[in-house]
Design a protein around this ligand. Structure first.
Ligand code: 13P
Ligand code: ZN
Length: 276
């Protein structure tokens, strides 16, 4: 008898779900190319519940039950694609279902199981990712993706207390080039240093996002961004880091950049109907 060892992927014959996972893989490649994803650095999760059909709901667990570490009532029955812990973005870019997995949140809203394709344990930053998804669902937000990465120049900024003060970095970054305010219109929130993967960091991240930011810095660590999809979350980080690079380029030329004036930035808000 020939045993067919070919494992069917959850992505087979599911175009919408496959597109979401392909987009995660594409962004993972960008993170690596930009030098933001050393070793296993960074993580991505996407709420894929809207792509889940009855056949997926019937899939058995392929892992033990794992605790999230916190209870998240809005995630009951939700499904997420998650980067695997200790997995590399550069590997995920080529093999997203070997370096990430799909999880189901159980009815206690405090635990989860892996359902596909392989028992790849989700990212250590799962508490922050899931707490933020819970917050977004509670608010009725259309945001489904969250990206954590280590962008060199933005992380460097957080090593200066001045830039950790509310909206000092936002104002400087917005003033480097008009696009940054247009495409990261809520600016950059700041979260003081906390232990990676901790529930405290998750709580502080939600608090910062609730303060009306889509992108927040984890001091001396990285950035955490949310948006409708993974591409849009990546774009917000990318425009912010571009501004940081312009700031540094001017500094390297021997001067502190003037930045756009307050009037020029106000004019942008009116012309493009921006929230801040
Ligand atoms: P994981 O490999 O567990 O996703 O951790 C990477 C990281 O950046 C932690 O902050
Ligand atoms: Zn990190």
């Amino acid at each position: 008898m020939i045993i067919d060892n070919h494992m069917k992927s959850i992505l087979e014959n599911r175009e919408a779900l496959a597109k979401i996972v392909n987009d995660v893989a594409e962004v993972a490649g960008y993170l690596w190319q930009k030098g933001w994803a050393e070793r296993n650095g960074g993580n991505i999760t996407v709420n894929i519940t809207e792509q889940v059909d009855d056949a997926i709901r019937a899939l058995p667990a392929i892992s033990p039950v794992y605790q999230i570490g916190t209870t998240l009532p809005h995630l009951k029955g939700c499904y997420f694609y998650c980067k695997g812990t200790n997995m590399r973005m550069r590997d995920l870019a080529r093999w997203p279902m070997d370096n990430g997995s799909v999880i189901r949140i159980l009815d206690d809203c405090a635990s989860y199981v892996i359902i596909a394709d392989k028992p790849v344990k989700p990212t250590s930053e799962l508490p922050s990712h899931l707490a933020v998804h819970n917050y977004l669902l509670a608010k009725g937000s259309p945001y489904r993706a969250s990206v954590h990465t280590h962008p060199i120049e933005l992380v460097a900024l957080t090593h200066n207390k001045m830039f950790m003060e509310k909206d000092v970095a936002t104002k400087m970054l917005w003033s480097m080039i008009p696009e940054t305010k247009a495409f990261c219109p809520r600016g950059l929130g700041m979260v003081p240093y906390m232990l990676p993967s901790s529930v405290e960091l998750a709580d502080a991240t939600i608090k910062a996002i609730d303060d009306d930011y889509d992108v927040v810095m984890w001091e001396k660590h990285g950035v955490f961004a949310v948006d409708t999809d993974v591409m849009a979350a990546f774009d917000q980080i990318d425009v912010l880091n571009k501004s940081a690079l312009i700031y540094i380029a001017a500094k390297n030329m021997g001067f502190t950049p003037d930045g756009m004036t307050d009037e020029q930035m106000q004019e942008m808000s009116v012309a493009f109907n921006l929230p801040k």
